[in-house]
Ligand binder design. Structure first.
Ligand code: 5AD
Ligand code: SF4
Length: 419
């Protein structure tokens, strides 16, 4: 039985697709990457922006066409859009066999294998199949923040933290099967709390796992980035010096309308605190342009913030009105063309800053975890998350950490040699 998973959306969806894939392998199913080879086509969907939903609709449409030639193929739609628009998907696409929303994620593997009466062949939660160096685990689902533009609290529901004992044992399994780096995921990862165990103590416990080299986590809400957590990043050797800290806007008026619960001054003070305690910290962010009521002046505040802070990287999005959200009741008054213009200004500025940062890394030495080997090139990452390419003929370096001297930079990538 061969299956294909197509994933739209964020890192959490990518992670959940991986987890699903591991579960399906435990039932003897085989993953393929060419759609014509698949008996089961699974689409993992996203609802954060309207564009992501349109992309999913057109994918399902294409797969339906394929099913006309291969009627035995099963089509399964999972994830956020399946949660939000399950009924609409079933009505519009008659040949979709199964729709499983993100709230039912825990039993989706079971539902899929029930379609075929497959028997479990491996008892491990995580399959031994994956030997990837970097792995991820979702430790908290949902979100209680209700940022006014965001559909996540409606689709994924209230925050639910996974049992810390399960997280630790899954992480141990990952390390046993070759993982060197684990990324902890959650929409609001640092508000993790299970009983008396908070995020800081969970991270401390995971770092005790022998054989684990690195730990990352995302996404952080500025209001939950505590001093304890900053101290932990500064002192715990295994925690990577990288924080993804969505700013969304540099205008206090817009931040208030977004219900972000902080001002730009608070955000900037947090950045300064991080940088004063962890000199080599890499900070990345998310920005939304064209939020309802965002004036040229508001936008210029965001642009100025980018120039002042010099983020190591960022994602920029054009505001997209989402059903049920508070912002959907505001007037979406920034014209699309203007949103596009602001989007490209932010992108250009970010690329400029990023290439300056990359250039400043040339001639220096960084710790790099080698993750991959392809056509005589080792691919690795610095603790800050930058990709580094190293010429080599040996794949034995994969999974090890080396000091790498950076000899060259190109746009966003670095090239270097093992010291
Ligand atoms: N429109 C545009 N961008 C959005 N994001 C979330 N909701 C929306 C929306 N309605 C962005 C935010 C968030 C990232 C994951 O997606 O920047 O941090
Ligand atoms: Fe959405 Fe805000 Fe929650 Fe992030 S913190 S998932 S933007 S509501």
């Amino acid at each position: 039985m061969k299956y294909l998973i197509e994933t739209i959306g964020c890192q959490m969806n990518v992670c959940e697709s991986d987890a699903l894939s591991n579960m399906l392998s435990n039932y003897g199913m085989l993953q393929v990457h060419n759609i014509v080879d698949a008996d089961v086509i699974i689409l993992n969907t996203c609802s954060v922006r309207a564009q992501a939903e349109q992309k999913a609709f057109s994918y399902i449409g294409r797969v339906e066409e394929l099913k006309k030639q291969k009627p035995n193929v099963k089509i399964i739609v999972i994830g956020c859009m399946a949660e939000r628009l399950g009924i609409k998907i079933r009505k519009r696409f008659k040949s979709v066999d199964l729709v499983i929303g993100s709230k039912n994620i825990n039993n989706f593997a079971l539902k899929i294998v029930n379609l075929y009466n497959l028997a479990k062949i491996d008892d491990n939660i995580l399959s031994k199949k994956s030997t990837e160096v970097g792995r991820c685990i979702t430790i908290i689902r949902g979100c209680n923040n209700f940022c006014s533009y965001c559909v996540v609290p409606f689709v994924r529901g209230q925050e639910v933290s996974l049992d810390n004992k399960i997280i630790i044992s899954e992480c141990e399994e990952m390390v046993k099967s070759g993982a060197k780096e684990i990324m902890l995921l959650g929409q609001n990862v640092n508000s993790y709390k299970h009983g008396t165990v908070d995020f800081v103590s969970l991270v401390r416990d995971i770092c005790k796992i022998d054989g684990l080299e690195r730990l990352r986590f995302m996404t952080n809400h500025p209001k939950n980035l505590s001093d304890d957590l900053i101290n932990l990043i500064a002192t715990e050797k295994k925690v990577c010096h990288h924080v993804h800290l969505p700013m969304q806007s540099g205008s206090n008026k817009v931040l208030k309308e977004m219900n972000r619960n902080y001002t730009y001054e608070y955000y900037l003070a947090l950045i300064n605190k991080l940088r004063s305690k962890i000199a080599d910290i890499s900070i990345t962010t998310d920005i939304i342009v064209g939020f309802p009521g965002e004036t040229e002046k508001d936008f210029n505040n965001t642009l100025k913030a980018l120039k002042d802070i010099c983020f190591d990287g960022l994602y920029v999005f054009r505001y997209s009105s989402r059903p049920n959200t508070r912002a959907s009741r505001m007037v979406d008054d920034v014209p699309l063309e203007e949103k596009k213009r602001r989007h490209s200004i932010i992108l250009n500025e970010s690329n400029k800053i990023s290439s300056e940062i990359v250039l400043s890394m040339v001639g220096k030495t960084f710790e790099v975890l080698v993750e991959n080997f392809k056509s005589n090139i080792l691919e690795g990452r610095t603790g800050g998350g930058r990709k580094v390419f190293i010429k080599s003929t040996s794949k034995d370096y994969v999974g090890k950490v080396f000091n790498v001297h950076i000899s060259e930079s190109k746009i966003n990538s670095l090239f270097g040699n093992i010291v």
